[in-house]
Design a protein around this ligand. Structure first.
Ligand code: TXE
Length: 492
């Protein structure tokens, strides 16, 4: 079968790597190569970053009013909407996410561009009530410069949109390095940006591997901000790379998010929230609710319902409309899930459902898996799987539930299931986590910040915070006096 061939996109043109090298990308639903991409190295990254820097300083982009920038973003949102089916197909093909999920995500994706488009001309400075006579001072928010966006494979379009839309709304330029496992949808997005009318060099995509293209990008001296979503080990390289030129950083690194279920909860809702939280996208979601903390009085009932629903989940090809769970995106990720389940069983965990690789087309599938752990210190209660694996443990009191919830070095998301409004607010106050969902799970919006506490990273994507994080604040002092400047050794 011949592979689909994609190019990368630098300075307004589709291109090959300088070395002409290419790499293949696999279709996880059948473990066969399906596409090939230019294998960029430091030379290509250098060309892309210099193009982005030239565009940042060039008239075509710089002289656009903020309102005009907003209009370009709005146009890009419209084009994403018009080409939603093609983008949904590409993402489903490259990372194995269900077509019905990628269609759903694509139906919402334009909203990120519309929201940020609306903010582009509302990035305001302040006039300061300064305490010096004859002085006026005000602040201006300016774009930072070239942004490097490092994207993982699990939700490439969504994770690119929440970086590109605010970065461009604020007037920056960007070089995107998609995952080597999922680059096709991002190259397609770049072509839509060209159609929308963004000047050459404003949005660039380099395709390639992390240690070559990714590392050359994050350590490039002209990069001023790095927006990274991925794993903690890679994030440590990125943080070190940023030290050379003190680039701004935002890091979103996943988690081990708790789902806390109290006896007064609507149990069926909680079960649906748990199933959606940890088995959707085959658990390959940064906010996967993978730690189930369940009150002892309903523990057995909830576990049984989750296990029953897991047993009925229809595993199959992501392109089939009735499939409920598709493959894992990479063989490495499948091995991680399998090894972590094996470790949990060695540590005494009880398997309630799953734990096997179903044979579907030779693809990288793993069953929805539910285990009961013995201790909150078990590996499975502490470490992210990034696969369809839930670890459960009972609690007796609200105090114990809170202690368990906070017994994690991560802090990205938490689900709280209760009808007691005071208890819900107490836990919202005390659980250390960047997102808390009460009686719901996995809801996102362009208007709502996303980001973590602790090892889940720092910085916020989404909402007004996001656009401001792509700006520098400048303070301007004006001497209002018509008197000559005073003697320099007399302080004002
Ligand atoms: O991600 P990596 P991997 C977690 C999840 C998973 C683990 C590892 O637990 O098991 O991370 O996954 C680029 N300099 N998440 O190895 O390596 C890489 O090419 C610069 C959580 O697949 O972090 C890709 O574009 N860039 C998560 C991006 O980093 C480098 C999403 C992410 O890949 C680089 C994915 C380097 N030295 C995994 N090395 C979430 N938060 O949603 C690699 N990259």
């Amino acid at each position: 079968m011949s592979l689909q061939s994609f190019q990368m996109y630098i300075n307004g043109e589709s291109c090959e790597a300088v070395s002409a090298a290419r790499f293949d990308s696999m279709d996880p639903s059948c473990a066969q190569p399906w596409a090939s991409f230019p294998d960029a190295n430091g030379d290509d990254v250098d060309i892309a970053v210099k193009a982005a820097d030239a565009a940042f300083n060039g008239r075509a982009w710089r002289s656009l009013t903020a309102t005009a920038r907003g209009k370009l973003l709005r146009k890009l949102g419209d084009l994403i909407s018009e080409n939603g089916e093609q983008l949904a197909q590409l993402e489903s093909r490259e990372n194995g996410k269900l077509i019905r999920e990628t269609r759903g995500q694509l139906a919402y994706l334009p909203e990120f561009f519309y929201y940020m488009a609306g903010l582009a001309d509302k990035i305001e400075g302040e006039t300061l009530p300064i305490d010096k006579p004859d002085m006026m001072a005000y602040t201006v928010r300016e774009p930072i410069g070239v942004v490097a966006a490092i994207i993982p494979w699990n939700s490439p379009l969504y994770l690119t949109a929440i970086k590109v839309a605010p970065a461009l709304a604020a007037g920056n330029t960007i070089v995107i390095k998609p995952s080597e496992h999922a680059s096709a949808s991002i190259v397609a997005l770049a072509q839509l940006a060209e159609q929308a009318g963004f000047p050459a060099g404003v949005l660039n995509v380099v395709t390639g591997y992390g240690p070559s293209a990714g590392s050359a990008l994050t350590s490039h001296p002209l990069v001023r901000h790095i927006a990274f979503t991925g794993g903690a080990a890679t994030a440590r390289h990125v943080v070190r790379a940023s030290a050379d030129n003190f680039a701004h950083l935002s890091l979103e690194l996943g988690g081990k998010s708790p789902q806390i279920v109290f006896p007064d909860a609507d149990i069926d809702s909680a079960v649906n929230g748990i199933v959606a939280g940890v088995f959707a996208a085959s658990g390959q979601s940064c906010v996967a609710g993978s730690r189930l903390l369940i009150h002892e009085s309903i523990y057995e009932e909830v576990l049984q319902k989750v296990a029953d629903r897991a047993a009925r989940i229809k595993i199959g090809k992501p392109s089939d409309a009735d499939t409920e769970m598709g493959p894992m995106t990479t063989e490495a990720q499948l091995n991680i899930a399998e090894n972590m389940v094996a470790t949990a069983l060695e540590q005494g965990a009880v398997l309630r459902h799953g734990g096997k690789r179903p044979d579907v087309n030779g693809g990288w599938y793993y069953e929805p898996t539910l285990l009961e752990c013995q201790s909150p210190t078990d590996t499975l209660m502490q470490e992210e799987v990034f696969g369809p694996v839930a670890a459960a443990i009972p609690f007796k009191t609200e105090e114990e539930a809170l202690a368990l919830a906070n017994d994690s070095r991560f802090g990205l998301a938490a689900g709280i299931w209760t009808r007691d409004i005071a208890r819900a607010h107490r836990l919202c106050r005390d659980v250390r986590s960047g997102i808390i969902w009460v009686n719901t799970y996995r809801v996102v919006s362009a208007m709502a910040p996303i980001g973590g506490f602790g090892d889940s990273g720092y910085g916020r994507e989404g909402g007004i915070d996001a656009v401001l994080s792509y700006t520098e604040k400048k303070t301007v002092w004006i001497n209002l006096s018509s008197e000559p400047m005073a003697d320099p050794f007399v302080m004002r």
